[in-house]
Design a protein around this ligand. Structure first.
Ligand code: ZN
Length: 326
């Protein structure tokens, strides 16, 4: 193994942690709020409180069955570690995220972040889908997406079972992965301008105002196409503006079905959070950072989301900026 592949992570004891409680309404209340609010964004909406289906099954193929048990959101690092120039030493191990966020037992970590660039020797997107028990990854279904240097196409790949590093930034839903009740959201035919997740956030924000409601889990985009980006290798010239960032990112139109994992929070309780972040993967070679569907009349989403009790902010950047948050 080369020196780069072996590059060490920041030790658990050196990762600063901030914690806040979130507002946790009853699932039945959130269900009603979304059922009445989402029709402003989609012409067909059905929201229910249900027993979580077995998410290890197709199309979801998650590492655990459910989203239950001590659910929390993790917001790790941030765009200031990527921009204007990368800080390569910002490398974490998801195996200690459960310990840092006071999980009493096992931790099932799903969501969107930057992937283990030392393994691929290039920057990449990550779709975390990982069960950790006693700080050891025991089920690892994590996907990555990177840009081919040959033809600029997207390369989607699963990481090796023991590769649990997360670089730079990430937004994760962490639970014990247990069965239990979740919120099921099915929406078709987008009539609003916002993407699926922003639509949910808007409805929650209208209802709960400055009380932060945090959710995370999975959605499948069942039909149509989505605009997604994949980060190429780190820029050698500083990226200072949104325009420079967007010229550096590679954008693609990717096909359904896409399975997306990530988090959302209705409002930021002054923790410098990324308020929504979902990455998707597929079995047809496409994966990346979800922006929105591109055929609104064909849009068809099915989501299973859990509600988090806490937000943990790991290694919050000292200096913040708004570039790179979309
Ligand atoms: Zn992303």
């Amino acid at each position: 193994m080369s020196q780069i592949e072996n590059m060490s992570v920041i030790p658990e004891s050196e990762v600063p942690v901030q914690k806040k409680s979130l507002h946790v309404p009853q699932l039945s209340e959130i269900t009603d709020v979304l059922q009445s609010g989402l029709p402003s964004y989609f012409s067909e909406v059905q929201v229910r409180t249900v027993d979580c289906p077995d998410l290890t099954q197709e199309p979801f193929t998650l590492a655990c069955e459910g989203l239950g048990g001590n659910a929390r959101l993790l917001d790790v690092g941030g765009p200031p570690y990527l921009l204007p120039l990368v800080q390569r030493q910002k490398l974490y191990d998801m195996s200690y995220f459960g310990s840092l966020s006071e999980m009493p037992g096992r931790s099932f970590i799903i969501g969107a972040g930057a992937g283990p660039w030392p393994y691929y020797n290039t920057n990449c997107e990550m779709i975390a889908n990982l069960l950790v028990e006693s700080k050891v990854p025991t089920v690892n279904q994590t996907w990555t997406a990177r840009v081919s240097t040959v033809d600029g196409s997207c390369i989607a790949a699963q990481v090796p079972a023991n590769e649990s590093r997360n670089a730079l930034l990430g937004n994760f839903y962490c639970s014990e992965g247990l069965p239990g009740q979740v919120i099921e959201i099915e929406c078709k035919n987008r009539i609003g301008v916002d993407d699926f997740i922003a639509s949910i956030r808007n409805v929650l924000k209208n209802k709960y105002g400055n009380l932060p409601v945090g959710m995370g889990g999975v959605f499948v985009m069942k039909a149509g196409m989505a605009r997604q980006h994949v980060m190429p290798d780190f820029s050698t010239v500083p990226l200072e503006t949104d325009d420079e960032l967007n010229n550096w990112l590679r954008f693609y139109e990717m096909s359904a079905p896409l399975v997306a994992l990530g988090t959302l929070i209705s409002t930021d309780p002054n923790m410098d959070l990324r308020v929504q972040h979902f990455h998707s993967f597929s079995n047809h070679g496409e994966a990346g950072h979800y922006h929105n569907d591109t055929q609104p009349e064909n849009a068809h989403y099915l989501a299973y989301l859990g509600v988090a009790d806490y937000i943990y902010r790991l290694d919050r950047p000292l200096v913040t900026h708004q570039v790179g948050r979309d």
